[in-house]
Design a protein around this ligand. Structure first.
Ligand SMILES: Nc1ncnc2c1ncn2[C@@H]1O[C@H](COP(=O)(O)OP(=O)(O)OP(=O)(O)O)[C@@H](O)[C@H]1O
Ligand code: SF4
Ligand SMILES: [Mg+2]
Length: 328
């Protein structure tokens, strides 16, 4: 059922997800009790510094955590009402790249240099939609047209190195949406692109979303991109979501000190010449987390209570915050 704000049905419901790596240094708790929901047509940003567990969260949903040393040790990932953590590998293969798809971080490595664009865009359509021959060919051309590749009929025979970085990125986008996914995960879709190409690509993803209603998870360390692109945001720190809610509400009124610090590190136009604020200190090693709030060593508001890990507080408007300052 759509919610009170007219947003679509819940298509993804992640509950208490835990994914650990069992290494010789100890147990790396890369994802440690992550919960969020995603509705049809909605964009959720997952934001946090490097190593906070964003990619392992998405790999867990796709059931692609490398094992060993990784293992999903708990939780539920309800996709369209079914827990994919209970699926067999055979069932996963049917939905991976189809019902739930992922656009990878780096368009250079996401495309295979030895195959032409035709075979790479066509692969998922061949496997999941069982298309072949001229039907497959015309669908591939259609997908390339959708992601605004000029003269797609001619370009399908080209190889990745014959495309610019921005075009390769769009081809990866075409592969991601080729089988009409319910959920598309875009993991740092913009790092290797310049600002203009990046803006065009993000716009394209939003247009595709308007056309298809696909729910998008946007993974980035840039709160500026989240503010522009997303409806809701989940802020990750050391394997956990520390704050979650409506993007505008959080951007204007962050309730967790880590979110506040992340927002302060977004460059502002008028401060172009100033030195960028960056969060002092380093995230803690995930195999040796301090007791209590993981952000405490870097937090200017830390106090006696923070030696205990804070519970998740529910604030007005559906915002949540895992910080003792919100205890009332
Ligand atoms: N194969 C692995 N073996 C051991 N530890 C791993 C493995 N893959 C990831 N990790 C650890 O899991 C933690 C979370 O990593 P993850 O890749 O999810 O971070 P991230 O938030 O996506 O960072 P980035 O912004 O750099 O992409 C890190 O501490 C990382 O070292
Ligand atoms: S719980 Fe304490 S240390 Fe953690 S973010 Fe809140 S104030 Fe800072
Ligand atoms: Mg990552």
């Amino acid at each position: 059922m759509p919610d009170a704000n007219g947003r679509g049905d819940v298509v993804l419901d992640v509950e208490d997800l835990r994914a650990y790596f069992f290494t010789r240094w100890g147990v790396v708790k890369a994802v440690d009790g992550v919960s969020f929901q995603l509705r049809r047509g909605e964009t959720l940003g997952i934001v946090g510094e490097s190593g906070s567990g964003k990619s392992v969260t998405s790999l867990s949903m796709m059931r692609l955590v490398p094992s060993p040393p990784g293992q999903i040790v708990g939780g539920r990932v309800m996709l369209d009402g079914e827990d994919v953590l209970r699926y067999s590998e055979g069932q996963m293969e049917k939905i991976r790249g189809a019902k739930i798809a992922m656009v990878l971080q780096d368009p250079m490595t996401a495309l295979n240099p030895v195959f032409n664009i035709d075979s790479q865009v066509g692969e998922a359509l061949r496997i999941h939609k069982r298309l072949s021959g001229s039907a497959l060919k015309s669908q591939v051309v259609d997908m390339l047209r959708k992601v605004r590749i000029p003269a797609p009929e001619a370009r399908v025979r080209d190889y990745p190195h014959q495309f610019s970085g921005g075009m390769r990125q769009r081809v990866v986008g075409a592969i991601g949406i080729s089988c009409d996914p319910v959920v598309l995960i875009a993991d740092e879709p913009t790092t290797s692109l310049d600002a203009t190409v990046q803006a065009q690509y993000l716009r394209l993803l939003k247009d595709l979303q308007d056309e298809t209603g696909v729910a998008i998870i946007f993974i980035t360390h840039d709160f500026g991109i989240v503010a522009k692109m997303c409806d809701r945001v989940a802020v990750m720190y050391a394997g956990r979501i520390v704050e979650q809610g409506d993007v505008r509400q959080i951007f204007n009124n962050p309730s967790h000190p880590y979110t506040e610090a992340l927002i302060n590190s977004v460059p502002r136009m008028e401060e172009r010449n100033d030195r960028l604020y960056s969060i002092p200190g380093q995230p803690p090693p995930l195999w040796d987390l301090p007791g209590g709030c993981s952000f405490a060593p870097r937090c200017e508001y830390a106090h006696e209570r923070c030696v205990e890990y804070p519970p998740v507080y529910e604030l007005a408007g559906g915002q949540t915050s895992a910080c003792w300052l919100r205890s009332g």
